[in-house]
Design a protein around this ligand. Structure first.
Ligand code: NAP
Ligand code: FE
Length: 363
């Protein structure tokens, strides 16, 4: 067995200033962000003040949207190359962090196109990466994954040890501006990572320990946070829970709920965490039939699988109206059955079962 997580993770309030020299991983930085959150949270200003102090020039690329596309990372790569940037600082939610990782590989390997990222044998070098999360959900600050949306609209993750960030700064003060909805959708992404890690055929004693703590923290602190959004102590617990869950999937990968969710994010516009977490109880029940020992952690924390489902329902994540036509169900089932996620999910899954999962959402 191997536990591998090479990222240096600094966490705590104002942590970036305590370890600012570790952010300087080159001579010119490309800062990768979305449109607003890096600025609004104060993270961008903190980074810029440190770069200025160290006299490190930088270029700021702020065009990463949700579910980053090939075009977005190609543009980032071109900017990095034109400006001779030699390290990446990605600030934001999973989208800018994942885009930053793709830009780090594409810039170091200008001959590659984004499709080539999906085969890690195509490259053996990437720019150094710093990440600063402003959401607490994806755990991208401690994973070797980057999820991109392909030109055909399919969301897919690539994986390489080269894109484990070198240094990440996890500061809950950047997260207090998240509204209720974003707090829920990102927290249930982290919950999905931890739960999927536990259910996965690839779970280990170490990933289970991390997952158990992550699930417990979310169970305890998500409801409290929703009643007190700017409480830094609660935000810190959720940030840690998210990073722990990231460490889990860095070992186990994600399983069926992520694959099911990708389709409704792209085709129905439901945010990643919510789109994924709605399937957790359905998949957990299937896993329970064949490997009941794998669902024990959920039963211990929530009381039963039904109470786990109720916890999610009470967050309001099922409160949407959704319908699927026959053509969509055909496409989704085909993609899900072909995805690698299914291989590591205990249980039997055929076309009818996948359709049943989707139809559960329309009731
Ligand atoms: P996101 O897509 O990065 O951001 C969602 C929205 O939240 C954006 O509008 C963003 O604004 C805003 N936002 C970010 N931080 C905020 C803050 N502190 N306060 C207010 N608004 C804020 O959301 P995410 O859920 O963190 O990331 C989802 C992506 O990560 C998906 O593409 C998913 O597939 C991927 N993912 C990756 C991994 C991995 O291991 N690499 C794991 C799970 C999911 P701006 O646009 O202005 O920034
Ligand atoms: Fe996720």
């Amino acid at each position: 067995m191997l536990y591998y997580m090479p990222t240096k993770l600094y966490y705590g309030k104002n942590i970036i200033f305590e370890h600012k020299n570790e952010m300087i991983l080159g001579e010119k930085a490309i800062i990768v962000t979305g449109r607003n959150s890096a600025k609004i949270t104060g993270a961008l200003d903190d980074v810029i003040s440190i770069l200025k102090e160290f006299k490190i020039p930088f270029i700021h690329y702020n065009e990463i949207g949700e579910n980053p596309t090939y075009d977005m990372v190609i543009k980032g790569r071109n900017i990095a190359i034109e400006n001779e940037c030699d390290f990446v600082i990605a600030i934001g939610g999973g989208s800018p962090m994942d885009a930053g990782k793709a830009i780090a590989v594409l810039t170091a390997n200008p001959e590659l196109n984004p499709d080539d990222l999906f085969d890690m044998n195509n490259y053996d070098v990437a720019l150094p990466i710093v990440t600063i999360p402003t959401t607490s959900g994806t755990g991208s600050e401690v994973t070797e994954y980057s999820v991109l949306t392909k030109p055909d609209g399919k969301k897919s993750g690539f994986k390489s040890n080269l894109i484990f960030p070198d240094v990440s700064y996890l500061d809950p003060k950047y997260m207090i501006k998240m509204n209720k909805e974003l707090t829920i959708t990102t927290a249930v992404d982290a919950l999905s990572h931890a739960v999927e890690g536990v259910l996965s055929k690839k779970s280990t004693i170490i990933s289970d320990m991390l997952a158990k703590e992550s699930i417990s923290l979310i169970y305890k602190y998500l409801p409290k946070t929703l009643n007190d959004l700017e409480n830094l102590k609660y935000r810190e617990k959720l940030a840690i829970a998210s990073a722990l869950a990231g460490m889990v999937i860095a070992q186990t990968g994600t399983i069926l709920p992520h694959s099911l969710g990708y389709r409704i994010t792209i085709h129905k516009g439901i945010r990643h965490g919510q789109a994924t977490a709605v399937f957790l109880p359905f998949v957990a029940k299937e896993v329970d039939k064949v490997s009941p020992e794998k669902t024990q952690i959920l039963k211990d924390i929530f009381g039963s699988l039904d109470e786990f489902h109720l916890f999610l329902k009470n967050l309001g994540i099922y409160d949407f109206k959704i319908n699927f036509n026959a053509e969509e169900l055909e496409l989704f089932t085909k993609d899900v059955l072909n995805s690698s996620h299914i291989t590591n999910t205990p249980g039997k899954y055929d076309k009818d079962k996948i359709i049943e999962f989707y139809n559960n959402l329309t009731k």
